[in-house]
Ligand binder design. Structure first.
Ligand SMILES: [Zn+2]
Ligand SMILES: [Zn+2]
Length: 263
């Protein structure tokens, strides 16, 4: 093994919490931390980082997938206090009133390098101005962050290949949502092309992505609805739809508890 390989740090992928009340993850590589969404207020973000032994001074950028509060509630203050730029599409920057902040515009379909991370911005369908998913490569390890995916129809899966880690939305159980307490307009919004994936749709998406990712190590189901899903149900349905994936570790992100992706 060459010296550079021996010294090459292994990235850690940690979810700080996920659900309709806030979403945030980090990828740590050496002395650098890249944040993906900042949907908790600054105090909560710092508490959760401390719980996982993470130093906020090492944050070198905050990716924001779209301007809904559960993805950017803490982004403005964290960006200022951590002296880290916001990286997002032009639509998300304007939709989230972030143009006065230190920021970098990302274009969907493009790849950029940022402090040792390679970031691909990918188009998804959701009811915001210019939402996206992110594929982040760190020291050769590839992680896809895909939440708030309204529909898999028309989703370009081609760049979402050779994944090591898959962090993917599994928002609701179809029957729980249909028979649950939400008003009709909200149910329709969640089911619609600008809403969220159900467990079944998520499982089928995982199946397609796993088929083009032979080295896939770990899957974390994310953005579960508190009212219309539960972790066990999400795991059972998605695993059933995804089919046999030998050696792959499955887990479920929680709203109130940070978790590191295994693998
Ligand atoms: Zn959203
Ligand atoms: Zn969301």
């Amino acid at each position: 093994m060459s010296d550079s390989l021996l010294k090459s740090p292994v990235p850690r992928i940690i979810n700080l919490g996920s659900g309709s009340k806030g979403n945030s993850s980090v990828i740590c590589l050496g002395e650098k931390i890249l944040m993906v969404d900042c949907g908790f207020n600054r105090k909560q973000t710092l508490l959760r980082m401390a719980e996982m032994g993470l130093n906020p001074d090492q944050v070198c950028g905050i990716l924001v997938t779209h301007e809904h509060g559960d993805h950017m509630q803490g982004a403005r203050l964290c960006s200022q206090k951590m002296d880290a730029p916001i990286l997002a599409t032009a639509g998300t920057i304007s939709g989230g009133n972030m143009s006065a902040l230190n920021h970098q515009i990302l274009r969907r379909g493009e790849i950029i390098a940022h402090h040792g991370f390679e970031i691909t911005t990918l188009k998804i369908s959701h009811d915001t101005k210019e939402p996206c998913a992110f594929l982040v490569e760190a020291a050769g390890v590839r992680t896809l962050f895909a939440t708030d995916v309204g529909t898999v129809e028309g989703l370009d899966l081609r760049p979402m290949k050779d994944l090591d880690y898959l962090y993917v939305e599994s928002n609701h159980d179809e029957v729980m949502l249909r028979t649950g307490p939400y008003p009709a307009f909200l149910k329709n919004r969640i089911i619609g092309d600008g809403g969220h994936l159900n467990n079944h749709q998520s499982g089928l998406l995982i199946r397609s992505l796993a088929a083009q990712s032979p080295q896939l190590k770990s899957i974390m189901l994310a953005h579960l609805s508190h009212e219309n899903n539960d972790p066990e149900k999400a795991l059972v349905t998605t695993r059933e739809c995804a089919g046999e994936l030998p050696g792959v570790i499955w887990d479920v992100a929680r709203q109130h508890e940070p978790r590191e992706m295994a693998g």
